[in-house]
Design a binder for this molecule. Structure first.
Ligand SMILES: Nc1ncnc2c1ncn2[C@@H]1O[C@H](COP(=O)(O)OP(=O)(O)OP(=O)(O)O)[C@@H](O)[C@H]1O
Ligand SMILES: [Mg+2]
Length: 399
């Protein structure tokens, strides 16, 4: 299990600053004040540390919140924070029960050291997460998201990290495409896993989760999407975070999944996000709409990279033009391989089995390799590299 922090502030920028400092230490979830789910979330996330912003005009509100939380969870560690603090503010926070105080203006290292100190002091903190989440979004149905996600996960498990647990989380719709592509029977779905949250452990994972013969674990949505209504959204989000503790890499196929809250949360905790779009106007148009939708919800879409699907150099519209139009950076292009894909579909086998050296796979091999290096470096504790801006800067609001 990993450290999970809750950060309570009104300001996204404050959350982003603190989150950046906390990245190497765990996953942070951002919440507004007065949210009904706050107390519930502290319980179900198993968070032992809650950061509460104490600043000029909200000191009283912050003190009340700290008091309320402590009355429910006396062992909770409240850490006050502010952009800049004076002694009065710190005393106020300590009076309200805060165990420590963090000043955002302090150098990142100092903040990290102080949180590290809190972690050492606080009771029963779960171990640190080691996993990375890489998420594929589809501009629209049929652009090749599931094929890419399946092969990326397979390459990671078979070639990059055969001894590490890798999960393919198939949120594509219709449900179960990944299992079909991999000819693997799936009897346990995402809702089952959410319902098992409180007894989640390695044994459950090994016995209940479907595994491809390569050892790749696969989890899909239920065939009847209405079942999603019966699970607790907070539990579903908690489970997603938990996956990062149990798996070295989680590949998420967010293909055509329309459940916005869960989607936002998955994006929020993803370390890397790629949007698959074809070189067609309808595809670019849908991608624009999707990105607009995400931006309206406060998501920083610059974190998303463009993966051009079914790429054909003869098409006028270049990936660079698409990327510019969508204000994304180019990750790579997946070549159009229609005949090969049809052959695979008819054989019921993944391309990796049929033609392991296919140029389509070479592109994904490059991505899997870089993901492997990222995972090998451990979550967040690697030096800031070209991927650092892809890291979690944002965790959505749970309203
Ligand atoms: N690079 C490619 N070249 C040619 N055909 C491809 C390529 N990638 C995928 N396909 C084919 O396109 C079709 C759709 O692929 P896939 O199921 O991966 O897309 P998707 O975006 O997940 O679609 P959906 O939203 O319907 O789940 C499949 O028939 C697949 O074989
Ligand atoms: Mg799909």
């Amino acid at each position: 299990m990993e450290h999970r922090f809750i950060v309570v502030t009104e300001q996204e920028t404050r959350f982003a600053e603190l989150n950046e400092a906390l990245q190497s230490l765990g996953v942070a979830v951002w919440l507004h004040w007065n949210t009904d789910v706050l107390a519930q979330l502290v319980g179900s996330l198993g968070s032992n540390i809650v950061f509460v912003e104490f600043s000029g005009d909200n000191t009283q509100k912050a003190s009340e919140l700290a008091g309320n939380l402590l009355s429910v969870y006396p062992r909770l560690w409240i850490v006050g924070f502010a952009s800049r603090a004076d002694n009065g503010l710190i005393i106020e926070a300590m009076r309200a029960g805060a165990r420590d105080f963090v000043e955002l203006q302090a150098p990142r290292d100092e903040i990290r050291r102080s949180v590290q100190h809190v972690l050492e002091q606080s009771p029963n903190l779960p171990a640190q997460s080691t996993g990375n989440m890489i998420t594929l979004l589809g501009a629209r149905p049929g652009v090749g998201t599931s094929t890419a996600a399946v092969h990326l996960a397979l390459l990671l498990k078979q070639e990059v990290m055969p001894d590490e647990p890798v999960l393919l989380l198939d949120f594509g719709y219709p449900a179960g495409d990944a299992a079909l592509y991999l000819d693997t029977k799936v009897g346990f779905n995402f809702c089952d896993a959410v319902r098992s949250l409180r007894r989640f452990d390695h044994a459950l994972l090994n016995t209940a989760f479907a595994h491809h013969k390569s050892g790749l674990a696969i989890l899909s949505l239920p065939h009847n999407l209405a079942d999603l209504r019966d699970i607790s959204p907070v539990d579903a989000m908690t489970l997603l975070s938990l996956f990062k503790s149990y798996f070295k890499v989680v590949v998420v196929d967010l293909g055509g999944f329309a459940g916005m809250d869960l989607l936002m949360y998955a994006l929020g905790i993803s370390d890397r996000i790629m949007l698959v779009s074809e070189q067609t106007l309808p595809s670019v148009f849908s991608a624009r709409q999707l990105l607009q939708n995400l931006r309206e919800r406060g998501f920083e879409t610059e974190r998303i990279g463009l993966l051009t699907g079914k790429y054909d150099a003869r098409i006028d519209m270049t990936p660079e033009q698409i990327a510019q139009n969508l204000q994304l950076h180019c990750v790579d292009n997946l070549p159009q391989r229609t005949d090969k894909m049809i052959a695979c579909a008819n054989l019921g086998k993944p391309l990796l089995e049929v033609a392991p050296k296919d140029p389509y796979l070479e592109v994904l091999r490059g991505i899997a390799g870089s993901q492997g290096r990222l995972a090998g470096a451990g979550v967040g504790d690697s030096a800031p590299g070209p991927d650092s801006f892809l890291r979690r800067l944002f965790t959505p609001l749970l309203k």
